[in-house]
Design a protein around this ligand. Structure first.
Ligand SMILES: Cc1cc2nc3c(=O)[nH]c(=O)nc-3n(C[C@H](O)[C@H](O)[C@H](O)COP(=O)(O)O)c2cc1C
Length: 196
């Protein structure tokens, strides 16, 4: 996924679940691929990467290499895509813990949090109800982080849609919706950079 010129803009994907590559992470990969087709470099922080992040301690005086790599990638990014499963009607603790770590950017001079960045959103759940509430939670978090949720967010019911190992899904419309998220963040990112 990172075979572009190092100077091309970067979109960072954050999402997935612990315990192997999940439908949430597969959905995120399709969206990142949509941005890659627009000329973006992509960097994925999936379930295994997020599982290596310690529980966020705002008072810690040192950060692990994994924490630093995550925060540095977000600092370098021109756009973000976040994908969370719906857990009990909201985002998962694993995804939230990664987002909590972005508190480390609060005092950055160049850009605090996700300020002015386009942020694409994806929620999976085993039913429709939690897809909606999880997207609403993600939008609130992105607003708190001063980011710009892109207009379309993908709500994926994993009771109906199944993902495969080859980057596809049982419903072509879902694949197209995920690619649209990649295209939307890619389209808005240069505008955000121009205003920085
Ligand atoms: C702890 C936990 C809580 C869950 N809560 C909900 C829920 O409230 N509503 C729902 O529709 N599905 C719920 N699910 C199901 C997941 O949202 C669903 O299976 C999701 O697609 C998992 O994504 P994955 O394949 O990436 O692991 C829950 C699953 C777990 C493990």
């Amino acid at each position: 996924m990172a075979d572009r010129e190092p100077t091309s803009p970067l979109v960072v994907g954050i999402g997935g679940t612990i315990g192997g590559i999940s439908s949430t992470e597969r959905a995120l990969r399709i969206a990142l691929d949509g941005a890659a087709k627009e000329g973006f470099r992509t960097r994925l922080f999936g379930g295994a990467d997020m599982a290596r992040l310690p529980l966020y301690d705002p008072r810690a005086t040192t950060r692990t290499a994994d924490e630093r790599a995550f925060v540095d990638a977000v600092r370098e990014a021109s756009a973000i895509i976040i994908a969370s499963p719906g857990y009990h009607g909201s985002i998962s603790g694993v995804v939230k813990n990664a987002l909590d770590l972005l508190e480390e950017t609060a005092r950055d001079e160049r850009r605090a949090y996700l300020a002015d960045m386009p942020v694409g959103l994806i929620a999976t759940a085993y039913g429709w109800q939690a897809t909606g509430s999880t997207i609403a939670a993600l939008r609130s978090i992105v607003h708190a982080l001063r980011g710009w949720p892109t207009p379309f967010a993908a709500a994926i019911n994993t009771q109906i849609t199944k993902f495969d190992d080859d980057g596809g899904a049982s419903d072509p419309a879902v694949v197209e919706q995920l690619r649209l998220i990649g295209r939307q963040v890619a389209r808005f990112a240069p505008l955000a950079a121009a205003n920085a």
